[in-house]
Design a protein around this ligand. Structure first.
Ligand code: NAD
Length: 428
């Protein structure tokens, strides 16, 4: 008898949102390829991952029972080189989401010009409700299940939502056991002592900050004293707020899943970071909070959505009161809202460019593993700055020359390398 799964309304909305993220990604890729003059068959090849593996992972739980988890690994396009992308542990992981995220990874790698295509993985689970030994057994089981299609020259995983350097260490150890050799280049985001790179943990936020500086230059905004609003206070939002604060900007608003804090004279970011918990929650310790909706509409110079998708939509895009929006989160602005912001002359720096700092330093980690020679933090940060500044200029100039918004320009830059490599290989 077939098992029936009953989804709550919230879960149904979540699935619909993720399906629409995939559709909107495919729409922009189509538009980008058409603008670049590629034929329909190129879109047909690149609109979905080349490979999508679904695995079932049995895990012995601490109480002696066995729970079977579902996981995915998507490899969008390996025409340029091995695929690369994180593994997400989350109860709301869906196949559509993993597919969309693998395509975004391809775009990011194309934009920052890395010798990779995009990949992504995910397991439907809630690590917040599992013990460390259960998480370790799940991580090792996932590697055993996907081991045939991954490897340092095939597909290189990394951390993502609710996975960290310890999980990467377990995964690397499991892979090394299967292959019977030490393979630090199999995975990135490892602890430093196991071949991780300096600067990896803060790389996404640093990349966003560099994009903010570059956007501010183009808009004639002085970062010193600029009013900044950040939605989300986790890994990306927390470091970003700190770096902006350190560079003399005034961070006037921050938020988490439960509300937002606002102070026109600037918030005490160091203090807020000190009282934040490990899930990026801080607002529950304050009385005078505002809503996330109000936060997004605050008058400011720079707005950074750094939390979840679908935050700037057709409903609030007319009321966004910022000069520049820099997307640290994946997919925070819908396509309709992107058009409205462009019409209102608000410069939007898209996620595939703004949050590419993480994969860039992951690439540096892989290079260092392959060389067996390790760089200082200063060397890593200098190289990261060079890559992001150059990539920003490339996307910005493409937008100006082609008279398109920055999202479409970023997709045009990102997809071109994959399309050309697929063509040169004789696939299309
Ligand atoms: P995180 O889990 O560390 O933090 C998420 C933050 O968002 C928390 O403060 C949480 O309270 C808040 N949040 C959750 N739901 C919210 C809601 N409904 N409204 C407002 N705030 C909410 O996650 P992170 O690693 O900082 O990632 C944030 C975003 O940045 C995600 O979209 C992620 O995909 C993207 N991103 C992160 C990285 C990275 O290296 N961390 C890299 C690329 C992209």
């Amino acid at each position: 008898m077939a098992a029936t799964t009953t989804l709550t309304n919230e879960q149904k909305n979540n699935h619909a949102n993720k399906a629409s993220l995939l559709e909107s990604t495919q729409t922009v890729i189509h538009e980008a390829l058409t603008k670049l003059g590629y034929k329909e068959e190129t879109h047909e090849l690149l609109k979905e991952p080349l490979r999508m593996l679904t695995v079932r992972i049995p895990v012995k739980m601490d109480d002696g029972s066995v729970k079977v988890f579902t996981g995915y690994r998507a490899q969008h396009c390996d025409a340029v080189g091995p695929t690369k992308g994180g593994v997400r542990f989350h109860p709301e992981v869906t196949e559509e989401e993993v597919k969309a995220l693998s395509i975004w990874m391809s775009l990011k790698c194309g934009i920052v010009d890395l010798p990779y295509g995009g990949g992504k993985g995910g397991i439907i689970c809630d690590p917040r409700e599992m013990s460390f030994p259960e998480i370790e057994r799940l991580s090792r089981g996932y590697v055993r299940a996907i081991s045939q299609i991954v490897g340092p020259t095939k597909d290189i995983p990394a951390p993502d939502v609710f996975t960290n350097s310890q999980i990467m260490a377990w995964m690397m150890d499991e892979y090394s056991r299967i292959r019977e050799f030490d393979s630090p280049g199999f995975i990135t985001g490892k602890p430093l002592i196991l071949g991780g790179s300096h600067g990896r943990e803060t790389a996404t936020a640093r990349g966003v900050v560099i994009c903010i500086e570059e956007a501010a230059k183009r808009k004639g905004i002085d970062v010193k004293g600029a009013k900044v609003v950040v939605q989300g206070f986790g890994n990306a939002g927390g470091y970003l707020a700190k770096f902006m604060h350190d560079s003399g900007a005034k961070v006037i608003g921050i938020s988490d899943a439960y509300g937002a804090l606002y102070n026109e004279d600037g918030l005490d970011i160091e203090d807020l970071l000190d009282c934040r918990d490990s899930f990026g929650t801080v607002t529950n310790q304050f009385k005078n909070t505002i809503s996330n909706k109000e936060l997004l509409e605050l008058p400011c110079d720079i707005l950074v959505p750094a939390a979840i998708s679908n935050q700037i939509t057709i409903d609030n895009a007319h009321r966004i009161n910022a000069k520049v929006v820099v997307e640290a989160a994946n997919g925070p602005t819908t396509l309709e809202a992107t058009r409205i912001l462009a019409e209102r002359d608000i410069l939007l720096v898209p996620d595939v460019l703004a949050s590419a700092g993480g994969v860039t330093v992951s690439y540096f980690e892989w290079v260092q593993n392959n060389l067996g020679y390790y760089w200082t933090e200063e060397e890593v940060l200098t190289k990261l700055r060079d890559v992001i500044v150059k990539s920003f200029a490339n996307v910005y100039d493409t937008a100006q020359q082609r008279n398109v918004n920055m999202r479409l320009a970023a997709y045009m830059v990102g997809v071109r390398k994959m399309a050309e490599a697929s063509h040169l290989r004789g696939w299309i």
